[in-house]
Ligand binder design. Sequence first.
Ligand SMILES: O=C(O)C1=C[C@@H](OP(=O)(O)O)[C@@H](O)[C@H](O)C1
Ligand SMILES: C=C(OP(=O)(O)O)C(=O)O
Length: 446
Amino acid sequence: MSSADPTQMRPRRFLPTGPLTGRIRVPGDKSISHRSIMLGALAVGETRVTGLLEGEDVLATAAAMRAMGASVERLGDGEWRVSGVGVGALLQPEAALDMGNSGTSTRLLMGLVASHPITASFVGDASLSKRPMGRVIEPLSRMGADFTASPGGTLPLMLRGAAPAVPIEYRLPVASAQVKSAILLAGLNTPGITTVIEPVPTRDHSERMLRGFGAQLDVETDADGVRTIRIVGEAELRPQVIEVPGDPSSAAFFIVAALIVPGSDVVIENVGLNPTRAGLIEVLRLMGGQIDELNPREVGGEPVADLHVRHSVLTGIAVDPAVAPSMIDEFPALFVAAALAQGRTVTTGLDELRVKESDRLAVMAAALTAAGARVSETEDGLIIDGTGGDPLPGTGHAIATHLDHRIAMSMAVAGLVSTRGVEVDDTRPIATSFPVFEALLDGLRG
Ligand SMILES: O=C(O)C1=C[C@@H](OP(=O)(O)O)[C@@H](O)[C@H](O)C1
Ligand SMILES: C=C(OP(=O)(O)O)C(=O)O
């Protein structure tokens, strides 16, 4: 796990580069990888997964499911076997579950534990220990689970599951796939029907995968786009064979890199393009980005294509806040594209970015300023005046990543179009979601 110990930090200066050219394949989707292990661990029998992301966050999920009785084994590169215990049969872990840096592991596993007759403690690193868990504690308490959390509703916390739990109907107060998923997973072992009402659609991997594993789940969408998701509890899950598509959130760094580095021409293979995840591509196209989808197909029940990305003259825009949930993790990368675009980019409605691995509005504003970009921070977004493609001049200050992988990778990309490079204070967090990022980047430099 990434540690907060500053003596262990691994800095790197990302230098300006010539054109990026070639083909790459990004690792498996992080959201789908977490869910493959969790649902595999709840099915009776053997689930096989290929293309699993072997990042630290997913490994934290794997370790937790092992600690609760499932067998989770690595057979080869991205190839895993999960032998599940069955819904209702999770065992009480002997030690605290170490969630590392991973919000998804924490919140989804809290959902699972909440409706099992077990007690579990959750701990995490310095970044995760600041993130709000009240958003899952509240609905899961209504289902009967009992929590002892740190002040402010943070980790470390202890959770005593309810048996039986009580089904609820819950309207999400924040657009969060993690909160939605926590409640649906708790609903798996709850008698009756658990209902989540989602006013703003968020990534729907849980719904797709729960159905794929045989849970009875239905989704109704009204004329305003409000989704009502119902899951029938005391489900029996059937083991699956899952091929995890490439992670669009990882592809994002290479899409932006190829767009901003003059002369670049890159193909990123096997990128998941679920519409609840593909907002960045839409926004970059509106800015003038040349991104073509080749060989569209389905992988693991998700739309996928190879993306052909060429250097483009980008123009700043006002980003529609409605697109935010479908690119929530991609804003740091978008901010870098905006910093190199012509004219002004305005983003709004991004309060959720303040509760990710870091406060991504404040940290990206500081990071881009240190790189020489013109940025101002508002309550719920950034306003960025781009260089029009000129290299970022830099200020000589290193970028503080605050244990946030997406800040480290975004600023690595910014360094590619700079006059003297961009010094990232710590590259270790990159391993939480994209361990081969630096190797792929160095490979494209030719
Ligand atoms: O459900 C998921 O897999 C995720 C949901 C999002 O979080 P929120 O639900 O907090 O928006 C996203 O930021 C995270 O990287 C993964
Ligand atoms: C927000 C993220 O992940 P998590 O919430 O799982 O820590 C992310 O990967 O950008």
